[in-house]
Design a protein around this ligand. Structure first.
Ligand code: ZN
Length: 78
């Protein structure tokens, strides 16, 4: 029997941050505060969630900055 396992990831936009200069690729982009939600699955049945990253997402290069919980909360509440 073959067992298929792995992780699935989903990106969820929490808040639009407006135009920002990406620190990674240097482009002026519409940045968004994004949460990565993921889970571990066995045979495509979700088994347990794993902690995802909190990031500022750049639509050009895919990632601008990984955030700490404090940074994420501050940006979300402002
Ligand atoms: Zn970028």
């Amino acid at each position: 029997m073959m067992v298929v396992y792995g992780t699935k990831k989903k990106l969820k936009t929490v808040k639009k941050l407006g135009r920002m200069r990406c620190t990674n690729c240097g482009h002026d982009v519409e940045a968004s505060l994004t949460k990565e939600a993921g889970y571990f699955h066995i045979c495509f049945i979700p088994v347990f969630p794993h902690l995802g990253y909190k990031i500022i997402l750049c639509p050009n290069c895919g990632i601008m900055k990984k955030l700490t919980n404090e940074e994420f909360k501050e940006l979300k509440d402002n």
